[in-house]
Ligand binder design. Structure first.
Ligand code: ADP
Ligand code: MG
Length: 341
């Protein structure tokens, strides 16, 4: 076969393989876009675990009519322009791939209105070339993205979808994780027309209220809190004590610069601190926020951005481990009895 350029849809479907693993990955990408657009209200309507439909509405800045086509194109982003921007990234997105990828493996429509425009417009794309068509629509300021029939044209991917219940659970996990890092944004999550979760907006200084909404008041009341700043690094954490060890890792949330992740270095540092304090073998429960200078951390490691790379990884690891260990020890010292072995 001669060398030839792949048609746009196929190229996008290949890229989608990396970021669009399941309905929850679509939900993550869409919410991140709304947050980058400054939304303070995000509503999600999920049908049948997201297999049938994922619809997100936001009240963010919207997309101008003349940019709708670009928003659906690969390698088109409003978030970075130079390599320099990439090295100190603060937005959640920057790859310019999510909408193009998702629309290549679903029936996607994008409806948006900017405050400057008097009318809203709806865009969708079709065919091998992913030609974009744009029609007038009715919509308040902000954006609605409707993703129907995910993986309808990629049977291999569709086969890997689990039950409606399992896929919905993954979606709920994504929403909870993002809600924990954006307290000032309200979230409503509906599944099959039923409201499953509603997180009212709270002021950033009342972060504990958002924690209570998401992981429960009991956890907040019993957790040890940790606030520490050192050499440009800042930790804010709620650490479950020895009575809150669990058999699964379902209450482990870590964030770097408000980006949720399962970073191995952070998890290792926290686990090590728990082991040093409690000799724990089970899973600790924690909500952990680390803020560092964006220049010190590379977020462009994984297409789905699950991991980061720290320039001074040893330093960060030891800082986290010591901070968590000291906080847990203080808690032990203050009378919360513990048996060490
Ligand atoms: P990225 O987020 O990496 O820039 P995406 O494919 O996710 O790439 O989105 C492409 C562009 O579309 C974004 O850069 C942004 O300008 C625009 N966009 C996407 N979703 C929204 C939204 N909900 N509100 C406003 N603009 C959006
Ligand atoms: Mg994006």
């Amino acid at each position: 076969m001669p060398i030839q350029l792949l048609p746009p849809r196929l190229a996008n479907q290949i890229a989608a393989g990396e970021v669009v693993e399941r309905p929850a990955s679509v939900v993550k990408e869409l919410i991140e876009n709304s947050l980058d657009a400054g939304a303070t209200r995000i509503e999600l309507d999920i049908e049948r675990g997201g297999h049938k439909r994922i619809r997100l509405r936001d009240n963010g800045g919207g997309i101008a009519k003349n940019e709708l086509q670009l928003a659906l194109s690969r390698h088109a982003t409003s978030k970075i322009a130079t390599l320099d921007d990439l090295e100190q990234i603060l937005s959640l997105g920057f790859r310019g791939e999510a909408l193009a990828s998702i629309s290549s493996v679903s029936r996607l429509s994008l409806t948006s209105k900017t405050p400057e425009q008097s009318e809203a417009w709806q865009a969708s794309c079709e065919g091998r070339e992913m030609d974009v068509s744009i029609v007038p629509a009715a919509h308040p300021d902000g954006t609605t993205i409707d993703v129907a029939d995910l993986f309808y044209n990629t049977p291999a991917r569709r086969k890997f979808l689990r039950t409606e219940k399992t896929e919905y659970q993954h979606i709920e996990d994504v929403v909870k994780r993002i809600a924990l890092s954006h307290p000032q944004v309200s979230f409503t999550l509906k599944h099959n027309n039923k409201v499953m979760r509603r997180f009212a907006a709270v002021k950033p200084e009342n972060q504990a209220q958002r924690l209570a909404q998401v992981v429960g008041q009991k956890f907040v009341d019993n957790a040890t809190t940790l606030m520490l700043e050192h050499q440009g690094m800042k930790i804010q954490a709620w650490l479950g004590n020895h009575t809150m060890l669990r058999s699964s890792n379902d209450c482990q949330f870590s964030f770097v610069n408000y980006r949720g992740m399962r970073d191995k270095l952070i998890l290792h540092a926290i686990r090590q601190a728990y082991e040093m304090s409690y000799g724990a073998v089970e899973q600790p429960a924690f909500v952990f926020y680390l803020n560092v200078d964006p220049k010190e951390v590379d977020v462009n490691v994984h297409p789905a951005k699950h991991e980061v790379r720290f320039q001074q990884s040893r330093l960060v690891h030891d800082f986290i481990c010591k901070a968590v260990y000291d906080a847990l020890c203080e808690d032990v010292g203050s009378g919360a009895a513990v048996s060490t072995n």
